[in-house]
Design a protein around this ligand. Sequence first.
Ligand code: BG6
Ligand code: MG
Length: 221
Amino acid sequence: MTKKAFIFDLDGVIVDTAKYHFLAWQNLANGLGISFSEEQNEQLKGVSRIRSLEKILEWGNKTISEEEFTSLMTKKNEEYLNYIETMDTSEILPDVPRVLEYLLTKEQAIALGSASKNARIILDKVLLKEKFHEIVDGTDVSKAKPDPEVFLIGAQKLGVAPKDCIVFEDSVAGVQAANIANMVSIGIGDADVLHEADYVFSNFTEITEEFINQLVITKKV
Ligand code: BG6
Ligand code: MG
């Protein structure tokens, strides 16, 4: 088989942490008197911590000082860290280990491509760190998704051309980043929300070994 690279987003793809980000941002927005809907939250998925707070403030038409901005980011992260404190392997999303194991038996390259600065902590908690040949996270990038930087660094570290990379993403921004990088984009979630992806599945349970084999042999032009 040819060697391809499979790049996984973390939050909402490998683990169900998207709900914790939502709760923490919702609390913060409400504390500022800004309403915050599920639709708005969809626009924050995959987006960096700093850009997320900027967007919430824009939606609420609020201007704050630099000090307050920094302190709100810290507050949000502290609340988020409280939620993930007790995380264990039970929070791995269905069939993620099966797909990772299958890729490893097929000797495919695997990387993490996450916007989160907490990615390594989470991978440790759910005991999946050693499944990844490379980890690229929010501490390695300067540009937030939909900028393709995080995925391009992953491809480069694995030594695989972008067109031979396949990205799993639950966010609109992440699917766009993969598309801009000329990678194959696989949306995990709602097909209407992730309509820009090359393929969409509700979850990894729907991803068969036959489908993975196809990805490995098919060339993207
Ligand atoms: C992304 C999440 O993976 O990471 C976003 O989808 C989050 O919701 C971003 O804001 C940054 O995460 P963190 O853990 O560094 O605040
Ligand atoms: Mg995500």
